[in-house]
Design a protein around this ligand. Structure first.
Ligand SMILES: [Zn+2]
Ligand SMILES: [Zn+2]
Length: 231
């Protein structure tokens, strides 16, 4: 048996640029044949729709509570829903964090202020995993002469992202190989339309990733096979 997972998904409860709810995304991924996904909404430095005047506790609960609500839907469908975030470090330098939870966020109220290297270290110490999202994305809003973050602090690189064009994925693969880092793959979906249209990618495993520990161990082992639907 093969089990397909998406490691980069947004929903409208917390991402300002997304327009489908997480329960709807969960149902769409189930229909598309996935065994699971990680919800990686834009965190508080990025394209968030969580109001800035809330307390830290209220803000992080917005992220966690919509995950918990959707997890009930996912459990019902026998789909593995995991929690993550995508944080923004300017000039489109974005990092996906996996394996964290509400306790991590509540006990790290400075996580949006500390250097990326320190946050990666704390996430790793917590048993989590960090990955450089779409490292060669080209967009009008990204300056051509941007400076890449210090990737040695990270655990992995997103080597395939469905929203990337040209040779962005090829370059990401080369960066991953030369850096010695692990890899993730994610569709970066923001609505059910692209899921239903099958504009998707992911990683295939020979076993289910039901727990956070299984998810992180699978990323650390590098055992996933890349899935990208041919257009
Ligand atoms: Zn977005
Ligand atoms: Zn994203």
């Amino acid at each position: 048996m093969e089990y397909l997972y998406d490691f980069h998904v947004h929903s409208c409860e917390c991402s300002a640029c997304a327009w489908s709810s997480l329960p709807d995304m969960v149902r769409a991924y189930k229909k598309a044949g996935y065994s699971g996904l990680v919800i990686t909404n834009h965190f508080l430095r990025g394209c968030t729709c969580v109001p800035s005047d809330l307390s830290w506790e209220e803000k992080v609960h917005r992220y966690w509570d919509c995950y918990v609500d959707a997890k009930a839907v996912a459990d019902e469908l026998d789909l593995d829903l995991h929690f993550g975030i995508e944080e923004n470090y300017g000039q489109a330098q974005e990092v996906l964090f996996y394996g964290i939870d509400i306790d991590f966020m509540l006990s790290n109220p400075d996580m949006c202020e500390i250097p990326i290297e320190e946050l990666c270290e704390r996430v790793r110490a917590y048993g989590g995993f960090s990955s450089h999202a779409h490292p060669f994305r080209e967009r009008d809003y990204i300056p051509k002469d941007y400076k890449r973050m210090d990737i040695t602090a990270l655990d992995g690189i997103e080597i395939v992202n469905t929203a990337n064009g040209g040779d962005a994925d090829q370059k990401a693969m080369e960066l991953m190989k030369s850096s010695g880092l692990k890899f993730t793959v994610g569709s970066d979906t923001h609505n059910v339309g692209t899921v239903e249209a099958g504009i998707l990618c992911g990683l295939i495993f020979d076993h289910r990733l039901r727990t956070t520990e299984e998810l992180i161990a699978a990323l650390r082992s590098g055992e996933g096979k890349v899935y990208k639907k041919q257009k």
